[in-house]
Design a protein around this ligand. Structure first.
Ligand code: LMR
Length: 396
């Protein structure tokens, strides 16, 4: 029964990680998968997380199952981060959250929920986007429509075409937004543009779905939630898939959350009971460790402050590397203008490198990036930046 099965192509992002591991050249540089690295090229455990884990090890009394929706404190804290402490939507009981297996798990719950419980026929996805968005909605069988997002000439948001495309999104269509740090471009709407989009969405009756995987990596925890919060103020219904992989560095613990906002508490409770049915058949209930660490940190003012400081350090290091990268490319002789990289948010930069140039970086210099030209700026360090810029100038 298996003999006819064709090999699947490697995942465009995770497949790179496997190839990088197998790479034998010592000077190799990994700018592929979106994982934060510090100045020493390490992905450290956040200090507050380590302390929370120490406490958990001492205090944990049972390994009994969690409930289907996970740890209640974790879910409450997640809502406070998303919508702001004491936000109306929380007080009114309109938001319900389920702990999920990372941001991808949350997106899959969202897709299943949309497919099974709403009349939505289409989901609008930015082009370009994170490739797994398409794969997840294909997996549940929802039609995908694309809206233009990136202008290759200006290396900026393709605002006019974005509006023209989304103008065709109708009542009940799902529109997927990246809450901040758009993956792969690093380009986010301005506050004014978010307001325009939220108004348009409310008028047209879309169901907005926010993929919010990088809160805290653009400008700060509160600042980065501007788009989502603007939508929540204008909409009876919103869906959110959020992640703690990046901002808590909990990549391998798979900690995320699916949150739904409904018109009132009763509707939210009914809809959420269906979310729990979906989770039950996907993986029954989530694992405890990573979400317990998050809940412990967020409930302790000192640990929370330490985490916020460390998150700021990560964000600032990436910003410094952006500036240095652009400066050094100039110094090494790049004739193109790369200034646009400085204005981009989060880990990623859409560098403008072509797939052929990315291939050459890998083949000739052991530098790994996504073929779309996306580079993970968080993978750049003072130790590798010279070699990186020299290689890029050579392939340009
Ligand atoms: C990325 O885009 O590199 C990350 O979100 C990791 C992933 O799962 O693709």
């Amino acid at each position: 029964m298996f003999n006819h099965i064709q090999a699947a192509p490697a995942d465009p992002i995770l497949g790179l990680g496997e190839a990088f591991k197998a790479e034998s050249r010592a000077e190799k540089i990994n700018l592929g998968i979106g994982v934060y690295k510090d100045a020493n090229g390490q992905t450290p455990i956040v200090k507050a997380v380590k302390e929370a884990e120490t406490r958990l090890l001492a205090d944990e009394k049972t390994k009994n199952y969690l409930t289907i929706d996970g740890i209640a404190d974790f879910n409450t804290q997640t809502q406070a981060l998303l919508f702001g402490e004491g936000a109306d939507v929380i007080k009114q009981g309109r938001a319900k959250t389920a702990q999920s297996l990372g941001g991808t798990g949350a997106l899959r719950i969202a897709a299943e929920f949309i497919k099974r419980q709403t009349n939505a026929q289409k989901v609008w996805i930015s082009t370009p986007t994170w490739p797994n968005h398409n794969a997840i909605f294909n997996a549940v069988g929802i039609n995908i429509k694309e809206y233009r997002y990136y202008n290759k000439e200006t290396k900026a948001l393709d605002w006019d075409n974005l509006l023209a495309d989304l103008n065709q999104a109708g009542k009940g269509d799902v529109v997927l937004f990246h809450g901040c740090c758009h993956n792969p471009t690093g380009i986010d709407p301005t506050p004014e543009q978010w307001k325009t989009l939220a108004k348009m969405s409310a008028e047209k009756g879309w169901l907005p779905l926010f993929d919010f995987a990088y809160q805290g990596f653009a400008n700060g925890l509160e600042e980065d939630a501007y788009g989502l919060r603007t939508f929540v103020q204008n909409h009876a219904e919103v869906l959110v898939a959020s992640s703690y992989s990046k901002n808590f560095g909990l990549y391998n613990e798979r900690v995320g959350a699916f949150t739904l906002v409904a018109e009132n508490a009763e509707v939210a409770n009914n809809a959420f009971s269906q979310v729990k049915s979906i989770i039950r058949v996907l993986y029954s209930n989530p694992s405890s460790h990573g979400a317990s660490a998050v809940a412990t940190v967020l409930a302790d003012p000192q640990l929370k402050a330490s985490w916020i400081d460390e998150l700021a350090e990560m964000r600032n290091r990436i910003k410094e590397m952006r500036a240095k990268f652009v400066q050094l490319l100039k110094e090494k002789g790049a004739t193109q203008n790369f200034d646009f990289i400085i204005a981009q948010n989060g880990m990623f930069s859409f560098s403008g490198l072509t797939p052929e140039q990315v291939d050459r970086l890998k083949d000739e210099f052991a530098i790994y990036a996504v073929r779309s030209g996306r580079i993970n700026v968080a993978g750049i360090t003072n130790d590798n930046i010279d070699a990186l810029c020299e290689a890029i100038v050579k392939v340009l």
